[in-house]
Write a protein that binds this ligand. Structure first.
Ligand code: HEC
Length: 473
């Protein structure tokens, strides 16, 4: 049995005194608050001691966020768990719950790593066995997005500002695309073929606009490829200089085409409050005609103060966008801060809440808000806390993996994982990690051959790669 170190402050809590420690907790990172107030009883790694383990997913007093928050606030006087309602305000209690969830997930992942480790190159998952087959591997590149050409080639963006055609593992550059501002999360981002590409030849690109140097915003163009060069370029979306920022993060963006429309998301560029401002393009999902015109039935076309291209708002950083083939609905994945990565069902005119409500906290462990819901703001279909840094998403439609049909595949950057998410209506009924620690999963897409393609990027040494999952039954 582990001996408990009982420091002065906890003796004081236990005897009912409070000492006015609230002031000293305010503004501190939650990791430090944990070490200061909780570690003596629950252990440095939350593994337990005099108090129970907080990472074994066994909750004697209820396992919902609200249950855990209540125990922290009110304590369990008869069991020797002090109340912290005086020391920690609601936002800090919320941050502590997120912190406990993070640590719990870390402990759980040890088991996951073991389970999805390939044996003889084969990964065994619940519904299918598969092998990872390399399509291309390239040094010093970070691939961002890919799409499939009718002739069997793959077209892929490299974040540094290069567009590539890939045939039989060989890269050919398409020259003449716009200059991009390659800084932080910016650069050349999404690429997609128009659904009628074989008739009209249009290819769409999104990127961080470098027209004005020093400041940038997400822009969208379309163009054609002729004799290996980018030509016929048309601007679909760009903002004036006064709406640009010097920040290098939260650009979005992915494309979805539907019924002649183009949908794409743009991040809030590090200015969360502007995601709520309909007169600014930050933190929005837009709907345009595929030639860039604004549809006259967009939700805010009649409001003088609103940008008419807006379809939905209150987004932090949309990273994945796909149509559910069964329903035609638009689904989106979005980066939360620390915790609170979201999967959203996107509907016109709706407010998705950032930064007023969120399931996450600041990266330094200080709280943003304790509000996770509010009238007039949409709840995510699900959220990932801790964050996996969600990225590209894809509803699988192919035949080679029949038991995956209709499932949503979600890439994770920081977590280096690919998740299979089973959706029933508007509910997530199952989540399975099917790939882990093989690289940052930037994009995932069903190929015309029915295989699932993933972009896997490694940081150091920097290697960009595209792999496909093929059945190994
Ligand atoms: C003085 C020791 C002590 C300190 C300090 C302490 N706890 Fe506890 N905690 C306990 C004990 C004892 C229990 C109840 C164990 C039992 O059920 O017998 C408990 C239970 C809990 C539970 C409920 C677990 C369950 O199974 O449902 C949570 C959550 C919790 N503590 C969180 C915290 C957090 C967060 C902090 C710091 C803000 C903290 N505790 C500080 C002793 C402590």
């Amino acid at each position: 049995m582990r001996l408990m170190r009982l420091p002065d402050f906890s003796r004081l809590f236990l005897s009912g005194l409070t000492l006015g420690l609230a002031a000293s907790a305010a503004g501190q990172s939650i990791d430090r608050v944990y070490q200061q107030y909780c570690a003596t009883c629950h252990g440095d790694d939350l593994q337990g001691g005099m108090g129970t383990s907080l990472v074994d997913d066994e909750w004697a007093y209820g396992g919902t966020d609200a249950d855990i928050a209540r125990v922290i606030r009110e304590g369990l006087p008869l069991k020797g768990m002090p109340a912290f309602g005086e020391q920690l305000d609601d936002e800090q209690v919320r941050a502590m719950v997120i912190y406990i969830r993070e640590q719990q997930e870390q402990a759980r992942l040890e088991g996951v790593r073991e389970r999805v480790k390939p044996t003889d190159g084969v990964v065994t998952t619940e519904a299918h066995k598969f092998k990872l087959e390399p399509v291309v591997e390239a040094d010093d590149k970070t691939f961002w997005s890919l799409d499939f050409m009718p002739d069997g080639a793959i077209i892929a963006t490299e974040q540094a500002g290069h567009l590539w055609l890939i045939r039989e593992g060989k890269l050919t550059e398409i020259k003449g695309i716009p200059e991009v501002r390659y800084r932080g999360q910016g650069g050349l981002l999404e690429v997609a073929l128009h659904p009628d590409y074989e008739k009209n030849g249009w290819i769409y690109l999104s990127y961080s606009d470098d027209r004005f140097r020093g400041v940038s915003f997400t822009a969208v163009v379309r163009g054609r490829i002729e004799d290996g060069r980018w030509t016929d370029q048309e601007t679909i979306f760009q903002v004036p200089r006064k709406q640009m920022f010097a920040t290098a993060h939260h650009f979005g963006s992915r494309f979805v085409f539907k019924d002649g429309y183009l949908f794409f998301g743009v991040g809030e560029r590090g200015h969360g409050e502007l995601a709520q401002d309909l007169s600014r393009p930050n933190g929005k999902i837009f709907r345009l005609w595929d030639d860039g015109r604004v549809p006259d039935d967009n939700p805010f076309v009649d409001r003088e103060d609103a940008i008419p291209a807006i379809w939905s708002y209150g987004h932090r950083n949309p990273q994945g966008l796909d149509l559910n083939p069964a329903t035609g609905e638009l689904w989106e994945s979005e980066h939360g801060p620390r915790g609170g990565d979201e999967l959203n069902l996107i509907e016109p005119g709706k407010n998705y809440g950032w930064p007023v409500i969120t399931y996450g906290m600041n990266y330094n462990g200080t709280p943003i808000t304790d509000q996770t819901a509010k009238p007039g703001m949409e709840q995510p279909i699900t959220h990932w806390t801790p964050s996996i840094a969600v990225c590209g998403i894809d509803f699988y439609e192919g035949d080679p993996f029949p038991r995956w049909k209709g499932n949503l595949f979600v890439g994770g950057l920081v977590s280096e994982e690919l998740q299979r998410v089973v959706i029933d209506g508007h509910e997530v009924v199952e989540r399975e990690i099917i790939l882990k620690d093989q690289g940052r999963v930037r994009d995932v897409a069903s190929g015309p051959d029915g295989y699932l393609y993933v972009i896997l990027n490694h940081k150091s040494p920097a290697v960009g790669s595209i792999y496909r999952l093929v059945p190994a039954e």
